[in-house]
Design a protein around this ligand. Structure first.
Ligand code: ASP
Ligand code: MG
Length: 457
């Protein structure tokens, strides 16, 4: 069995879906479980519908709902133009849109949007796409069973960012899949979508379809997990910012997890974990170029040492905490990090010295409560408009000359904080946001375009 996940751009329109179905058709002997995202930009549209409804903007809510319905109905008639099931498929799409409209109208008249209703609204995109693609696959002669992810993807009660219950998922999925597969060539289900153990709808958080795919892969012990997207696999840096990036044929689970966590936009950061549990390879592939090699994400032992990527987070803050109470005392760090944890602020890099702790956090997080509490016993200085750059690769920290190679191109700029992970995969540092572009391009050039052997100690 394999899992094939198709992101929004791989199911954006008639051409993309036709290509995607062709790709699936070539893998039927491997028993694919197809996991789909919403059509591209649809989840954003659903967020806008939620906002419009919550602010009681009836004309705007109606306008956006009608855009959503139109796009899906048009696509269905295009894909099923030759099929006897065309009317049935359109009816199904209309039912999904009706039920969305029902909720949106109720929200609009109350002006109140609970997380629970929001989860239902924003997961409609995946229900629509999976329904349409399921009909289109059947119309192409692939006997396909549509499966509701809410029969198996059990999460916590956090409606908008449900944490998967791995044990419950591992217990449920194989049975649901086996039953659905009877007499079928393929099954299709929704990414992103979850459900509490009590049956209340949740979602896994933005970009969560990759995570769904790897959870399902883990549960059925899949041979491989394929993440189909619109780029040729994972690259040495984000090609939108950096010239001459190269695609990577193979990287390790650990490298991929660090890249995703430290800014590379290829995979949802939590995708790796379930795959690692069962040692299932993940392939990142391009649905616009299906014969391309893509990137294989494999177990650590199979991967060579060396630098693989320059990743970055553009907009971060450094929180500097100074206190003489820290000197020669125990429990200070615990107190500090309890405050972060209670406010659910997640920390990326940490560095400490005798009387100072510096941490980086993503700028999208609200740190006001943290700063207020820390200020009760320490001096706190927050540096805004910083960026974090990470050089990632297996054992790079052990490679002779690597630190020199990393920091040589930075001669001209201020470096605020340096952190070198204990796992030897990551050297990260903080620079001014305005310098980011130049730093990343120089560094990439230096590391990838000037071949010079690095030796292990
Ligand atoms: N459709 C959801 C989103 O856009 C999930 C996903 O595509 O992975 O966030
Ligand atoms: Mg995605």
């Amino acid at each position: 069995m394999i899992v094939m996940k198709f992101g929004g751009t791989s199911v954006a329109n008639f051409e993309a879906i036709t290509r995607t179905i062709f790709i699936i058709g070539g893998r039927l002997d491997q028993k694919p479980i197809v996991v789909v995202s919403a059509l591209s930009k649809v989840t954003d549209l659903l967020y806008r519908i939620s906002d419009a409804a919550a602010s009681k903007d009836l004309p705007q809510t109606k306008e956006l709902l009608s855009q959503l319905r139109q796009r899906h109905v048009d696509l269905t008639s295009e894909l099923l133009s030759q099929s006897v099931q065309k009317d049935e498929a359109i009816e199904r799409v209309n039912e999904l849109c009706d039920s969305l409209e029902g909720i949106a109208m109720a929200v609009c008249s109350l002006g109140e949007l609970s997380d629970r209703n929001k989860a239902v609204i924003i997961s409609t995109g995946e229900y629509l796409s999976s329904t349409i693609i399921s009909y289109a696959m059947n119309a192409k002669g692939i006997r396909t069973k549509w499966v509701d992810a809410r029969t198996m993807m059990i999460t916590s009660e956090s409606y908008l960012k449900g944490e998967p219950d791995m044990n419950a998922i591992a217990a449920k999925v194989p049975g649901v899949v086996a039953e659905a597969y009877e007499g079928m060539d393929a099954i299709i289900t929704q990414g992103f979508v979850g459900v509490t153990s009590e049956g209340r709808p949740t979602v896994l958080g933005r970009g969560g379809s990759d995570y769904s795919a790897s959870l399902i892969g883990m549960a059925v012990d899949a041979e491989r997990i394929e993440i189909w997207t619109d780029v040729d696999g994972v690259r040495t840096a984000d090609p939108r910012y950096v010239p001459n990036t190269k695609s990577l044929e193979q990287i390790s689970f650990e490298e991929a997890a660090e890249m995703a966590h430290f800014g590379a936009k290829v995979l949802h950061p939590l995708t790796i974990e379930p795959a690692v549990k069962k040692n299932i390879p993940i392939y990142v592939l391009n649905s616009m170029n299906p014969s391309g090699k893509g990137t294989a994400i494999l177990r650590n032992e199979l991967i060579e040492d060396g630098v693989k990527s320059v990743s970055f987070k553009e907009n971060i803050r450094v929180i500097n905490i100074f206190s003489t109470k820290m000197i020669n005392t125990s429990g200070f760090l615990r107190r500090v990090f309890e405050i972060f944890s209670e406010s659910k602020v997640s920390v990326d890099l940490i560095s400490t010295s005798e009387a100072n702790i510096s941490v980086t956090v993503d700028s999208s997080q609200n740190i006001d409560p943290v700063v207020a509490e820390l200020s009760e016993f320490a001096d706190v200085i927050v540096d805004d408009d910083k960026s974090q750059v990470s050089v990632i690769g297996k054992n790079i920290v052990k490679l002779n000359g690597m630190l020199k190679k990393t920091f040589t191109p930075l001669k001209k700029c201020n470096v605020y904080m340096i952190s070198q992970g204990a796992s030897f995969v990551n050297i990260s540092f903080v620079v001014d946001r305005e310098e980011l572009n130049e730093v990343v391009c120089d560094l990439h050039h230096h590391l990838f375009e000037q071949p010079e052997e690095l030796e292990t100690f």
